[in-house]
Design a protein around this ligand. Structure first.
Ligand SMILES: [Fe+2]
Length: 274
């Protein structure tokens, strides 16, 4: 672990008491924030790094639904899958991020990986092998949002590098659905503006967020003011060698690499980042 980046005084990653607390929070709500994960004296460098990278983001708004599924006319008219939502976040791909960037060093850090695995109750995690989506900077510009959705990946590790002036809040509904129950009425109510079951995070630059979003509806609310919201997404997988599909990769980055065009093997997943 690099103690010059991670505030190990505040967050001793190999301390079983810390791991137990994080696991309990994830079990309870699917979400856990480690405030000030990056040392205070490094936060300005982290923010500057994100600001330098942000102009390299691929911007392409997309019409999506909460499930990130294609239109399905066989579903009943009132099904929330029919609600069109505009996803307005953009991504800087891993191959645009310098190898010595703070977020690259954190992503590759074995101690961070061991902590992430322990937090999510996994024997091991591996940095996602995808040359583009393995590590990204997620950029949400003023007036844009990442609308309500469920994740298609199992877990997400993200690090805020710059907050919006206003708005741009991470909001989530813990366990609003389960593998047994889609709870369509509750999902529809949130889309209709009923936020009684919604929790809101106050994230600051340097805060690490662990999130399991497959069953918790969540969003980044519209960014207000003049400043973009920047978040690094440190992507990991349970198995080594996991790469995104060419179709999904093109949607997110507007391009693919040779890795994406070779014949698909078992490590190919049609996943979204967040
Ligand atoms: Fe998400």
């Amino acid at each position: 672990m690099d103690p010059t980046i991670v505030d190990t005084d505040r967050h001793p990653l190999d301390d079983p008491a810390l791991v137990d607390r994080v696991r309990a929070e994830l079990r309870d709500s699917g979400c856990c924030v480690l405030p000030g994960f990056v040392r205070a004296e490094q936060v300005e460098a982290l923010r500057a790094e994100g600001r330098a990278l942000a102009p390299l983001a691929h911007h392409q708004t997309a019409i999506v639904n909460v499930y990130n599924t294609d239109p399905d006319p066989t579903l009943p008219a009132e099904h929330p899958a029919h609600r069109p939502l505009e996803r307005g976040n953009a991504f800087v791909a891993r191959d645009r991020i310098p190898a010595d960037a703070l977020i690259q060093r954190l992503h590759a850090d074995r101690a961070v990986q061991r902590f992430v695995a322990a937090a999510f109750g996994l024997p091991e995690v591996f940095p996602l092998a995808d040359p583009l989506s393995g590590l990204v900077l997620n950029v949400v510009a003023p007036g844009r949002e990442h609308p309500w959705h469920f994740d298609t990946n199992e877990f997400t590790v993200s690090l805020q590098t710059q907050a919006a002036e206003a708005g741009g809040l991470f909001q989530y509904c813990p366990g609003i659905r389960s593998p047994q129950e889609e709870n369509l009425d509750a999902v529809t109510a949130v889309l209709d503006g009923d936020h009684r079951g919604v929790r809101t995070l106050e994230l600051r630059p340097g805060d690490l967020q662990l999130f399991a979003g497959r069953y918790s509806l969540h969003r980044v609310s519209p960014v207000e003011g003049g400043r973009e919201r920047h978040t690094a997404i440190l992507a990991y997988s349970r198995r080594p060698g996991v790469v995104g599909t060419a179709t999904r990769t093109r949607q997110l980055f507007g391009r693919v690499t040779r890795t994406h065009t070779v014949p698909a093997g078992p490590g190919r997943v049609d996943r979204l980042l967040i």
